[in-house]
Design a protein around this ligand. Structure first.
Ligand code: MG
Length: 159
């Protein structure tokens, strides 16, 4: 077998007095995502998809939220650790497709920066990294600006 596919999902609560970091990009907004690490919902989602592709469990297994060493962690660094893990097993990313669900702030102006940051962190071409954004039409916690969620699919190929 020379290809493996994985999917990821994550959601974080929007709260006051936190920076908003999505896809490794600091986005100016009155609120940020709550979490043990920097709560980068998109990066967590992609990590879970990478691990899922190789049936290696989930990020909670590798970076437990109860472990103080991950408090405030830069999720891009965790992403790079997962990338090293999959490479050590003989796999690399072919492409990532992702979608962020956020009613606010408007993410369109930041999408290119997220793709650049993720591609750079993972040593990929921009054409291998897709980040999309949508709203939840005012429905549920995402639509009511109480949370931001993300979904991702990652295809791995043998090195
Ligand atoms: Mg998370």
């Amino acid at each position: 077998m020379n290809i493996r596919i994985g999917n990821g999902y994550d959601i974080h609560r929007l709260v006051n007095d936190r920076p908003l970091i999505i896809g490794g990009v600091n986005i100016p907004y009155a609120q940020g995502l709550l979490g043990h690490s920097d709560a980068d919902v998109l990066t967590h989602t992609i990590m879970d998809a990478m691990l899922g592709a190789l049936a290696l469990g989930d990020i909670g297994h590798y970076f437990p939220p109860t472990d103080p060493q991950w408090a405030g962690a830069d999720s891009i660094k965790l992403l790079q650790a997962v990338d090293r893990l999959i490479k050590a097993q003989g796999w690399q990313i072919n492409n990532i497709d992702s979608v962020i669900i956020a009613e606010a702030p408007k993410l369109k102006p930041h999408i290119k920066s997220m793709c650049d940051r993720l591609a750079q962190a993972l040593d990929l071409e921009i054409s291998q990294v897709s980040v999309k954004a949508t709203t939840n039409e005012g429905l549920d916690s995402m639509g009511q600006k109480a949370s931001i969620a993300a979904h991702a699919v990652v295809l791995l190929v043998r090195i």
